[in-house]
Design a protein around this ligand. Structure first.
Ligand code: MUC
Ligand code: MG
Length: 370
C-alpha cells in the first residue's frame, strides 16, 4: 500500500460564539483538511488547525507545506513506515499542526486497512473519555451561565477557565464566582496563555488559594525562565506546559529545567506517534497530563478522544473536547455526542471520522470540487 495522492483542502467555518483568550481570539475556523489517498483506495483524513498566535502556522502556509515539501516525503510511501516518513517530515522544523495532522491521517489509513479502531490499535484502555469544557473570555455572569448550562445539558463538571487579564481582580473574581455557582464537586483549572508575569501569577495563586483549583496552564511566558521556575516552586498545584511544549523535546526541556510540573498533550500538534512519547515521558516521571484542545473541530476532537481513550494515563483527567460546540457548523457527517459528561471513542475502523461531502463543498475556500 502506498500513498498516491496528498490533498490539502483549506476551509472556513464561522464560530457561532468566538473564543477569546489571553493570546488571541478565534472568529472563524480557518483550517486545512488533509486527505491522503492510497493505491488501495483507502483514504486517511485529519484536521489541521493553524494557530498563528501560538505557533506561527497559517492556513496558506499549511497548504504550501503539504503540497510541497511534505508531498515529496509522502508520495509513494507506505503509511506503515511511519518512522521513515517522520524522519523525512522532521527535516522541516516547526509546523507542529501540519506534522500532527499528517500523523493522524496515516494512523487513519492504518486503522482502516486493519479493520480496527485506532484507539484499540494504540492501546485500547477504555472506550469513554470524560470531557472538560474550556470557558473563553466573556462577562462573569455569561461565563457562569455557560458553565451551568454545559453541566445541565451535557453533564460536564470539569472546566478550564481562560484567564491572564489585567487587572488581576477580574480573573480572581471570575474564579470565585465559578466556584460559588458550581459548588465543590466541579473541577476547575486555569489557563493564562502567557498573559501574566510570573510575579503576578504568584499573586493570583495566593488570591485563589482555597478555591480548590487543580492545574495552572501557561501562567506566564515560559521563556522567562527564572520567573517561571520561582512560580513552579511556589505553586501547590501543577503548572502545565502547553504552548511551551509543542513537541517531545520541548516538553522534556520544560520539565527538566523546572518550567513545568504537568503537560498538555494535543493530538493537533503531536499526532498520535509523538503524543505517545510525550505521554510515556510524563508517566515515567509521575507527571499528570491533560488532553488539551487546540480549539478543535469535531474532526480534531475525535482524534483527541481516540488518543485519550487508548491509555490509562491519558484518560485519567477530563479531556478538553467540547469547544466544537462554539462552531456554527462542522465538516463531520456523524456529530460527536457528549452525554453524562463523556464522549465514546468511535467503534468504526480508523480514527472514526466521516466527512460530509456537501459540507466540504460548502466550506472549502480553494474553489476546487471533489
Ligand atoms: C489552549 O489550551 O491554550 C488557545 C490557543 C491555542 O493555541 O489553543 C487554545 C487553547
Ligand atoms: Mg493552553
Amino acid at each position: 500500500m502506498i500513498i498516491e495522492r496528498v490533498e490539502a483542502i483549506p476551509y472556513r467555518i464561522p464560530m457561532r460564539k468566538p473564543l477569546h483568550f489571553a493570546s488571541g481570539a478565534v472568529h472563524h475556523m480557518d483550517n486545512v483538511l488533509v486527505r491522503l489517498t492510497t493505491d488501495t483506495g483507502i483514504v486517511g483524513v485529519a484536521d489541521i488547525p493553524p494557530r498563528p498566535y501560538t505557533y506561527g502556522e497559517t492556513q496558506a502556509g499549511v497548504v504550501a507545506l503539504l503540497e510541497g515539501l511534505f508531498s515529496d516525503a509522502l508520495m509513494g510511501a507506505d503509511p506503515l513506515d511511519r518512522g521513515r516518513i517522520h524522519a523525512a517530515l522532521n527535516r522541516t522544523v516547526g509546523n507542529f499542526a501540519t506534522r500532527g495532522g499528517v500523523d493522524v491521517a496515516l494512523w487513519d489509513i492504518i486503522g482502516i486497512s486493519l479493520d480496527t479502531p485506532v484507539h484499540r490499535l494504540l492501546g485500547g484502555f477504555t472506550d469513554s473519555v470524560r470531557v472538560s469544557h474550556m470557558l473563553g473570555f466573556a462577562p462573569v455572569d455569561e461565563m457562569v451561565e455557560e458553565a451551568l448550562r454545559y453541566r445541565e445539558v451535557y453533564g460536564i463538571t470539569a472546566f478550564k477557565i481562560k484567564v491572564g487579564r489585567y487587572p488581576l481582580s477580574l480573573d480572581i473574581d471570575l474564579c470565585r464566582a465559578l466556584r460559588e455557582a458550581l459548588g465543590t464537586e466541579a473541577e476547575l483549572y486555569l489557563d493564562a496563555n502567557r498573559g501574566w508575569t510570573a510575579a503576578d501569577a504568584v499573586r493570583v495563586l495566593d488570591a485563589t488559594d482555597g478555591l480548590g483549583l487543580t492545574f495552572f496552564e501557561e501562567p506566564n511566558d515560559a521563556k522567562e525562565v527564572l520567573g517561571r521556575r520561582r512560580l513552579v516552586q511556589l505553586s501547590r498545584i501543577p503548572i502545565v506546559a502547553d504552548e511551551s511544549a509543542p513537541s517531545l523535546g520541548d516538553a522534556a526541556r520544560e520539565v527538566q529545567t523546572g518550567g513545568a510540573t504537568a503537560l498538555s498533550i494535543k493530538t493537533a500538534r503531536t499526532g498520535f506517534t509523538e503524543s505517545q512519547k510525550v505521554l510515556a515521558y510524563a508517566e515515567a516521571l509521575g507527571l499528570e497530563v491533560i488532553m488539551g484542545n487546540q480549539i478543535d473541530t469535531q474532526i480534531g476532537s475525535t482524534a483527541t478522544v481516540v488518543f485519550g481513550a487508548a491509555f490509562a494515563h491519558s484518560s485519567r483527567n477530563p479531556a478538553e473536547l467540547s469547544n466544537f460546540l462554539d462552531m456554527a457548523d462542522d465538516l463531520i457527517a456523524e456529530p460527536i455526542e457528549i452525554s453524562d459528561g463523556s464522549v465514546l471513542a468511535p467503534r468504526v475502523p480508523g480514527v472514526g471520522v466521516r466527512i460530509d461531502p456537501e459540507k466540504l463543498a460548502r466550506y472549502r475556500v480553494d474553489g476546487k470540487k471533489d
